[in-house]
Design a protein around this ligand. Structure first.
Ligand SMILES: Cc1cc2nc3c(=O)[nH]c(=O)nc-3n(C[C@H](O)[C@H](O)[C@H](O)COP(=O)(O)OP(=O)(O)OC[C@H]3O[C@@H](n4cnc5c(N)ncnc54)[C@H](O)[C@@H]3O)c2cc1C
Length: 604
């Protein structure tokens, strides 16, 4: 069973040496609190909580799962105590304003905290994670009274939160939401309807749960234009213990994340309060969507990291046959798995992906910090500028990293051979838990459409690709004459040109053939993921090379491993991008020509 260890060295390499977070924090208003000592203390203390408390509950939580009895959900043994330890440490308010009891630290630190918690125990991390969604939405759209009522206990963590969007007939297409909200004389609403698949909908970790619910007022326009957002607490403030008509009808039985309660929630004339303007529920809900989706993108990294941490020691211990180039350990009965090329390919795929994903997410964290400053300083131009930049990264991070996280979780099982399939070894749980990440918070297909159809073609006519590829071009120019970094420079220059070329070609075709966006979007998303990760691997190689030459904070082996992993990424993973580029440019006919009835599997 994998034992989680915080990858502090890699985290600090990125924070201090690649992205210069100390300088980034000093230029953020309020960021001066996030000194290197403070950041180290946060990583150290959160690391202890994750390694000592959360990680040991990962497998037992899966085996025990959640239970529903008499409308009450019990989380697995140990979760309550762990949650108490988490909130006693003040962790829920890490990146939230001090006026509501938070510590006011930058959002990127919250993401780093999330990475550690999510790797140690993703299902546990979902409870405070969902509360963050509710916290952010209320902070952004609530009235002063709503903020003063709900934010202090949410920030403290004594109350939890949920996001209630999905209904039996719709998950992606929320324009079909049927839940009703009928206005009352006192300004409140009576909420009636059923929501399904609600994470943390009911549980025993907090004394109250604040549901943020999408519903329709009477006479509201059809579709997404007629949806409003409501705060519907399990217990009305001041009435803890008295039912407000919100109940858990069932717990879903599911493939993974079994310790996370996925609930059918019934709203039976429950009292709710409108959050934000009427009929603008979708816009309000989506305000923090870019940063919320980065949280789910993190899940790809978390499962890949844990699976790598489980696979690596096994590959060093387990012995099988001899290395093709001759015996590596002649005194032993056989050589360790890690001496075999194919096992190395799998381990390096995991390592390259994990460290590449972490760099992409930390970089996005800096954008998120700037975006939050725009919100808190009510500087709409700044908010939109950074939200726009983050908006381009988000579908790539969510779509590509969760797909790759799943691949890496599977590779971890593969490295364990048949033993990977056996539950007690803990590897198959990671693959089961990783599977959901490509589905919720917008499926991979929806991320792909958001990226290509909305962000790239509709909203920016390719500008966001041009802006991002300018970074690749800049890397290329500054390293073209560098003896070690020249190969990366050439490859990035080539990718910058290719990325813009396929964007333009798809855009031109889509003007004549509307199906083009739908048929090209998945390949465009995956191409963009590999291309973007190439940039971040080149950056890491550049930093490692300079530190090897001039001296850095990490041992020489660390920097050499970085260079070797970068080389692996460019030689063995980046070539996948070309296949996606080819497929993305193919005419729509190959996908769209077959009539729906010809998909028949009944050929009698
Ligand atoms: C464990 C779990 C936890 C969850 N937690 C929450 C939660 O806390 N709150 C909440 O509100 N919901 C939650 N969900 C719901 C989740 O967000 C939805 O299941 C998801 O958004 C997909 O919606 P759907 O299941 O209705 O699939 P559908 O929308 O029916 O989609 C089915 C398939 O069709 C594709 N598709 C749909 N429309 C299009 C289109 N226009 N173009 C191309 N492809 C399309 C999709 O990509 C997908 O592959 C959770 C789900 C699970 C399983």
């Amino acid at each position: 069973m994998p034992t989680y260890r915080t990858p502090q060295r890699d985290m600090k390499f990125l924070l201090d040496e690649v992205f210069d977070f100390p300088a980034h924090y000093q230029q953020l208003p309020g960021g001066e609190e996030a000194t290197p000592d403070m950041v180290n203390a946060i990583i150290g203390e959160m690391g202890k909580l994750c390694e000592n408390t959360l990680a040991p509950l990962y497998q037992s939580g899966d085996e025990e799962g959640c239970k529903l009895e008499n409308g009450e959900v019990t989380t697995p043994t140990g979760f309550k105590e762990a949650y108490q330890e988490y909130i006693n440490g003040g962790w829920q308010g890490l990146s939230h304003p001090p006026e509501y009891g938070g510590q006011g630290l930058p959002m990127s630190l919250g993401l780093i905290k999330q990475e550690m918690m999510g790797t140690a125990n993703w299902p546990f991390a979902m409870y405070p994670g969902l509360s963050l969604g509710a916290q952010n939405t209320i902070m952004m759209h609530g009235t002063d009274e709503q903020k003063n009522t709900y934010l202090p206990p949410l920030t403290e963590g004594t109350w939890g939160g949920t996001m209630c969007l999905t209904e039996p007939q719709c998950g992606t297409d929320l324009g079909q939401v049927k839940t009703k909200a009928v206005p009352q004389d006192d300004g409140s609403y009576k909420i009636a309807g059923t929501k399904i698949f609600i994470s943390s909908g009911e549980h025993d970790l907090t004394e109250n749960i604040v549901h943020v619910v999408l519903a329709r007022t009477p006479g509201a326009p059809e579709g997404t234009k007629g949806i409003s957002l409501f705060i519907v607490p399990k217990y009305l403030p001041g009435h803890i213990g008295e039912s407000n008509g919100v109940s858990c009808g069932a717990l879903e039985k599911k493939m993974g994340i079994k310790a996370s309660a996925t609930c059918v929630m019934n709203f039976d004339e429950a009292t709710g309060f409108m959050l934000g303007p009427e009929n603008q529920g979708m816009e309000c809900m989506f305000t923090f969507m870019n940063s919320a989706r980065i949280g789910t993108a993190m899940q790809g990294l978390c499962h890949a990291e844990l699976s790598y941490q489980g696979a690596l020691p096994y590959a060093k211990e387990r012995r099988s046959m001899r290395a093709l180039s001759g015996k590596k350990d002649p005194d032993a009965v056989a050589d360790p798995l890690i001496e075999h090329g194919d096992v190395r390919r799998m381990l390096l795929t995991q390592k390259a992906f994990v460290e590449g994903a972490r760099s992409m997410l930390y970089f996005a964290g800096q954008y998120a910090d700037h975006m939050v400053v725009g919100i808190t300083e009510e500087d709409n131009d700044q908010y939109e500028y950074w939200d726009d930049k983050l908006g381009f990264l988000t579908p790539i991070l969510k779509g590509f990293l969760t797909e790759m996280g799943l691949e890496c979780a599977n590779l971890g099982m593969q490295i364990w051979g048949g033993h990977g399939y056996i539950s007690e070894n803990g590897m198959e749980q990671i693959a089961r838990d990783a599977r959901i990440a490509t589905l919720y918070e917008g499926t991979t297909g929806i991320q792909a459409l958001d990226l290509l159809g909305r962000k790239v073609l509709l909203l920016t006519q390719g500008r966001c690709v041009r802006d991002f590829t300018a970074l690749l071009t800049r890397f290329g120019r500054r390293n073209l004459t560098h003896s070690e970094l020249r190969p990366y420079a050439w490859k990035l220059l080539k990718i910058a040109a290719q990325w813009n070329y396929i964007t333009t070609r798809i855009g031109m075709t889509a003007r004549k053939d509307r199906d083009m966006v739908g048929t090209a979007s998945h390949d465009f998303l995956m191409y963009s993921g590999y291309a973007m990760m190439a940039y971040f691997w080149a950056l890491q190689a550049e930093t490692a090379q300079h530190k090897l030459n001039d001296g850095g904070d990490q041992p020489e082996d660390f920097y050499r491993a970085k260079l070797e992993t970068a080389e692996f990424y460019f030689d063995h993973l980046l070539p996948r991008a070309s296949a996606h580029a080819d497929a993305a440019l193919k005419p729509t006919k190959g996908i769209m020509q077959m009539a729906a009835e010809r998909f028949s599997f009944d050929y009698e």
